[in-house]
Ligand binder design. Structure first.
Ligand code: FAD
Length: 428
């Protein structure tokens, strides 16, 4: 059995939702677009899973955060897709892809063919087993990538109010989950090998602010070491975490956020890979010769024009924008220039909120009032502003650092930049 579509999106996450929106804005006919997802629900705003979804009071639940509410667009429920003649094939895995024949084989045995394929398979959470630690299948060990994971976090969390959680990993997932656990009245210890949290982005000064804030909420940090094994109780639940430095942390639950791996398996041997993702050109086309395959979101490694380098970004804004861009490039190639993306990351925890634009590298200039909770940093490389970070900014201020970073102004005097602080971006 088989069906044919003009456009097929494999993967039904953030990028798929934003691509569908763009297809409808540009005008597709009923029956032209198909989205195949192994998740059982229509595309949703994944960042909600570590934020609103975990709140003890009035938590966010679907359908409230289907895409594309994250950009104040219409909420795309299954009905939305149906009304537009978009085939949403949910709970179905694509098992193999034949890019020479333009076909996909699904877990239900169906062959789906396409004229244009958008790969939006995202990424999966890295498991402890990949680092030689056993025990991920214990019922109180949680990961957080999809809705099923989030439901598990909620269930486990509710069963251990007042108890102890160990959060493994000091990146986004670790930091956001730790905050949510505290809000749910659970005692949290964070464990990570680096010298400070968010080590890939934060400077020690920035990290120190957030760690201090977390400590004021009761979070403990154990840095410079990793988990080496679990101790289990007689029911097979984790009872304690044993660290490589020999320490033992009692645990009623464990949340693991140790990174992700892009879902490229379907295409290995058929498409070029780079930096762990599917390598695409400035039009987000993958390396197969007929130009019919595009890759977007977490799975794509694309040229960031602004920095003259390829990057694979694991952030929602890049998923949204690359998806919309790919649809423009497919449907209106003549009027669509190359993808020109300014990297943008953000996070919200407790009452805090930060945004980052651009790139880290070169020298860092900090500015603002760290004790008052309104501060930032600029990164200056080869005499130009390349990155900007701001905590506690207003909409206009975030807009200003974004604009300034995109313009990459020349910086002759670092001391002057430090004195001007946020004022520099506001004046650009
Ligand atoms: P995904 O949204 O992961 O979607 C991929 C989809 O493909 C999934 O539905 C998957 O099941 C499906 N799939 C994969 N393989 C197959 C297959 N073979 N067959 C069928 N379907 C398949 N970013 C930020 O910038 N800020 C944040 O605050 C933030 N918070 C986050 C919080 C959490 C808990 C998580 C998990 C991520 C967060 N992110 C955040 C990152 C952001 O959500 C991702 O960058 C974004 O979801 C990437 O979109 P995507 O469509 O590429 O991948």
């Amino acid at each position: 059995m088989g069906r044919a579509f003009v456009y097929v999106i494999v993967g039904g996450g953030v990028a798929a939702g934003y691509a569908a929106l763009e297809f409808t804005k540009r005008g597709i006919s009923s029956g032209e677009l198909c989205i195949i997802s192994d998740e059982p629900v229509a595309p949703y705003e994944r960042p909600a899973l570590s934020k609103g979804y975990l709140l003890p009071e009035a938590p966010a639940r679907l359908p409230s955060f289907h895409t594309c509410v994250g950009e104040n667009e219409e909420r795309q429920t299954p009905k939305w897709y149906k009304e537009r003649g978009i085939e949403l094939v949910l709970g179905t895995r694509v098992k193999s892809a034949d890019l020479k024949r333009n076909t996909l084989l699904t877990s239900t045995g169906e062959t789906i063919s396409y004229k244009f394929l958008i790969i939006a398979t995202g990424a999966r959470a890295l498991k402890l087993e990949e680092f030689g630690v056993k025990g991920s299948d214990a019922e109180n060990v949680c990961y957080l990538r999809d809705l099923a994971d989030a439901n598990r976090v909620v269930d486990v969390m509710q069963s251990c109010t007042g108890g102890n959680a160990v959060v493994i990993g000091g990146g986004y997932i670790g930091m956001e989950c730790a905050a949510s656990l505290v809000i749910n009245k659970i005692n949290v210890t964070m464990v990570f090998p680096e010298a400070h949290c968010m080590a890939r982005l934060f400077t020690p000064e920035i990290a120190s602010f957030y760690e201090g804030y977390y400590e004021s909420k009761g979070v403990k940090f154990v840095k410079g070491t990793v988990l080496s094994s679990f101790e289990f109780d007689s029911n097979g639940k984790v009872a304690a975490v044993i660290l490589r430095d020999g320490n033992r942390l009692p645990a009623d639950m464990v949340v693991v956020g140790i990174g992700i791996r892009p879902n490229t398996t379907l295409f290995e041997g058929q498409l070029a890979l780079e930096k762990g993702g599917i390598k695409v050109n400035g039009r987000l086309q993958a390396s197969n010769s007929n130009g019919s395959v595009y890759a977007v979101g977490d799975v794509a490694t694309f040229p960031v024009k602004l920095f003259g380098e390829t990057r694979r970004l694991e952030h929602v804004d890049s998923a949204r924008k690359s998806a919309r861009y790919a649809v423009a490039a497919i449907m209106d190639p003549e009027n669509t220039g190359e993808f020109d993306y300014l990297p943008f990351f953000y996070s919200r925890v407790f009452a805090l909120s930060w945004q980052f634009y651009g790139d880290i590298g070169g020298e860092v200039i900090h500015f603002g009032d760290f004790s008052g909770g309104k501060f930032g940093a600029y990164w200056v490389s080869n005499g130009h502003l390349v990155g900007s970070f701001l905590e506690g900014g207003t909409k206009e201020e975030y807009k200003a650092i974004s604009k300034a970073t995109r313009l990459k102004p020349a910086i002759d005097d670092l001391a002057m930049l430090e004195t001007q602080g946020l004022g520099f971006a506001l004046a650009v």
